[in-house]
Design a protein around this ligand. Structure first.
Ligand code: PMP
Length: 289
């Protein structure tokens, strides 16, 4: 596998970072997860825009333009003959001293990995998933804003540990007021009749690219979409519920904290949205060449 590192494609074994990189020492950096479908990179511009917004929020200047970054992503996919895959784009603060000061770091390190995709087991898409709500609350916006897709994912990792300890693969995180924020690595939607509801980003959610695609597709197919504050009660009493994310795509949730959602099977609206999403993903994107 060839890895893109600071302008060069290098062999996997040579793709190493310094122990003085603040990405490693402090989780100081930003990242994106991107998909390729049928030889095209899906929503590339949107992912790159979010990456640069995350970098801006942590006062980090990425040492290349957005257009150069887009070309680097495509080049890395081409070098690895990726048609359908998962791309991990990472920008670390770079090598500095052992102290916290990010301004001692010389230059951000840009790393792009293009590999095969590891989805949830296929069966889970047919049966829907069981999840739980967890005690680890989502970071408060004024501490580490969840809108920043940063390398500091311990908040999410702690929630994921709770999910796994409870015997499920994903969980819902609440914010410190007790409102629904998002899953540990995905956004959350509920369906009520013909209306989709998802928490606004200020409740502690990443502005997911898949979430945005769903919000665009739904109104064209007779569904209303609203951002609104949600509580656990709203999840338990929803007609349907699903999670969205680049890796997960759209996955139905059929059980939350042992409350069956709807009739306990993936609902009609969720299945239709997943179909629309796949059709859209297969028919758009930046060509890999
Ligand atoms: N929330 C979190 C915390 C995430 O890490 C992700 C990405 N895996 C998402 C939501 C979904 O965002 P996207 O659709 O852009 O992948």
């Amino acid at each position: 596998m060839k890895i893109y590192m600071n302008g060069k494609l290098v062999d996997e074994q040579k793709a190493v970072v310094s122990v003085f990189d603040h990405g490693l020492l402090y989780g100081d950096g930003v990242f994106e997860g991107i998909r390729a479908y049928g030889g095209r990179v899906f929503m590339l511009e949107e992912h790159i825009d979010r990456l640069y917004r995350s970098a801006k929020a942590i006062a980090m200047d990425i040492p290349m333009s957005k257009a150069e970054m887009a070309r680097a992503v495509v080049k890395t996919c081409a070098a690895n003959r990726i048609k359908d895959g998962y791309i991990r784009l990472v920008v670390t603060r770079g090598v500095g001293t052992l102290g916290l000061n990010p301004f001692t770091c010389k230059e951000p390190q840009v790393i792009i990995i293009a590999a095969a995709i590891q989805l949830y087991p296929k069966k889970l898409y047919e049966t829907g998933m069981s999840i739980v709500t967890v005690g680890t609350t989502r970071n408060q916006a004024e501490a580490v804003n969840p809108r920043i897709k940063s390398l500091n994912y311990l908040n999410n990792v702690l929630a994921k540990i709770e999910a796994i300890n409870a015997g499920v693969m994903e969980c819902i995180m609440l914010n410190s007021q007790g409102y629904i924020a998002e899953a540990s690595g995905d956004n959350v939607f509920i369906v009520r009749g013909k209306t989709l509801v998802t928490p606004p980003s200020w409740c502690g959610a990443l502005e997911g690219i898949t979430r945005a695609v769903v919000m665009q597709l739904a109104p064209r197919h007779g569904l209303e979409v609203r951002e609104d504050v949600l509580t656990r009660y709203d999840l338990y009493t929803a007609d349907e519920m699903f999670l969205t994310g680049t890796a997960a795509e759209i996955i139905s949730v059929v059980d939350v904290d042992r409350r069956k959602i709807g009739d306990g099977k993936p609902g009609r609206v969720t299945r239709e949205l997943a179909r629309l999403f796949h059709a859209f993903a297969q028919s758009s994107g930046t060509p890999i060449r």
